[in-house]
Design a protein around this ligand. Structure first.
Ligand code: PMP
Ligand code: GLU
Length: 403
């Protein structure tokens, strides 16, 4: 048993990632023989494209099984610069790119190389669960700006302006958003840009990991494209995990000023050394090869998201909207709070709802509380249509049995 007093104060400031903890719980319950429908983890169930898998195998046969430079191979960095031009209309050179072991790794390292004790990072809620803890463990202070469903869960210029102080180091923007699926329009980004132009000390971390997944005619616009004046103080984050079903390859990147990407690379050289050489070869095929896979995946997820929203519409106590992007629904469950379960438990929070659905209905979900806005649930629809149908049926039944 580890003695907690041995551990650094830093690690006690944070909790395990709730999405990873939920996935671990699903694995544990299934190992115990429980029949669980999993709406927790945000991970495409689709196969990695064959040409990407083959590129990884070919790289191994060619002997590309060794360390690479800390920022990634020149070939991959060039491919990413070309991808940013092709998909996002952004002009970066290979020297502006740092490749990491997942987008999460790059975000963490970017915070680690830039935050001094007490520096503030503006995070709009609902937020991806890892942002606040990644700030806290790196001595920063998350400044949470709460969003509302009425504003489409998007940061407004007024609330951004009000949150900025002389200690603000970063604004983290995430479009398309995890967990709400919100996608910022160009006009909304331009309006945020007007605020940012008044505060040149604020850097922008633009997390675009769900860039391929936009629905119902909505377009993904990179904030740096919409607000060119912030390019010299922005880090664009994306990766292979979501668009190309490559979560296990652990491959993401950041694009930004050389001063920042070189600092990230320096820290990588002292931590993980470099991203996996095999994953980097695969990522060249993903970002540089046929783009059919992300296009097809977007169609599949759009249909699944629509289906899940339709199946939950009209379920008593749940209020749901079809998603605009990413692969999550974020339904409000205010109508379930105060109800009593068949075995006499009161539902006092969205956490209680999660517990009830898991234990009583065998459907695992995440609580909105973990994402900073309650009472909501986060449901991932990056799972099979069959699971979506069965899971929603079970949720509807569980809701109908409440008193
Ligand atoms: N940003 C957001 C908003 C995410 O949901 C994820 C998924 N874990 C990531 C970044 C990072 O993904 P990865 O580390 O697999 O690239
Ligand atoms: N981003 C995914 C999710 O939100 C993967 C898990 C994680 O890194 O948090 O479920």
């Amino acid at each position: 048993m580890a003695r907690t007093e041995f551990l650094a104060e830093r690690i006690n400031r944070i909790k395990p990632s709730p999405s990873m903890a939920a996935k671990a719980l699903v694995d544990k319950l299934r190992a115990e023989g429980r029949d669980i429908i999993d709406f927790t983890i945000g991970e495409p169930d689709l196969n990695t494209p064959t040409h990407v898998v083959e590129a990884a195998i070919d790289a191994m046969h060619r002997g590309e099984t060794k360390y690479t430079g800390s920022s990634g191979t020149p070939a991959l960095r060039k491919t990413i610069a070309e991808k940013l031009h092709r998909d996002n209309g952004l002009e970066y050179g290979a020297e502006n790119i740092v490749v990491g072991s997942g987008g999460k790794h790059v975000i963490f390292h970017a915070l680690a190389v830039s935050l001094n004790r007490g520096d503030e990072v503006i995070i709009h809620a609902p937020y991806w669960v890892s942002y606040p803890d990644m700030v806290v463990v790196n001595d920063g202070v998350p400044v949470i700006v709460s969003g509302t469903e009425q504003q489409g869960f998007k940061l407004t210029p007024e609330s951004l302006e009000a949150a900025i102080t002389p200690r603000t180091k970063w604004l983290i923007l995430n479009t398309p958003n995890n967990p709400t699926g919100a996608v910022y329009t160009e006009a909304e980004l331009v309006a945020l840009g007007e605020v940012l132009e008044r505060h040149p000390h604020v850097w922008v971390m633009s997390d675009e990991i769900y860039e391929h997944f936009v629905y119902a005619g909505v377009r993904h616009v990179s904030p740096v494209k919409a607000i060119p004046s912030i390019k010299d103080r922005s880090l664009v984050i994306s990766g292979a995990s979501k668009g190309y079903s490559m979560t296990g390859f652990r491959l993401g990147f950041g694009a930004g000023p050389t001063s920042l990407v070189n600092a990230i690379s320096k820290l990588v050289s002292q931590t993980t050394t470099c991203p996996s050489s095999i994953s980097q070869a695969a990522a060249i095929a993903a970002f540089g090869g046929s783009q059919d896979a992300p296009r097809e995946a977007a169609k599949v997820f759009e249909a699944r998201g629509k289906l899940m929203a339709e199946l939950l519409e009209g379920v008593p106590g749940i209020s749901v909207k079809a998603p605009r992007g990413a692969f999550y629904l974020y339904p409000c469950v205010a109508g379930l709070i105060g109800k009593t379960t068949p075995d006499g438990q009161a539902l006092n929070s969205d956490l209680d709802v999660v517990k009830y659905f898991t234990e009583y209905a065998g459907v695992a979900t995440l609580d909105g509380s973990a994402y900073g806005v309650a009472p909501y649930l986060r449901l991932s629809f990056a799972t099979s249509e069959e699971s979506i149908r069965e899971g929603c049926k079970r949720i509807a039944q569980a809701c109908n049995e409440l008193r």
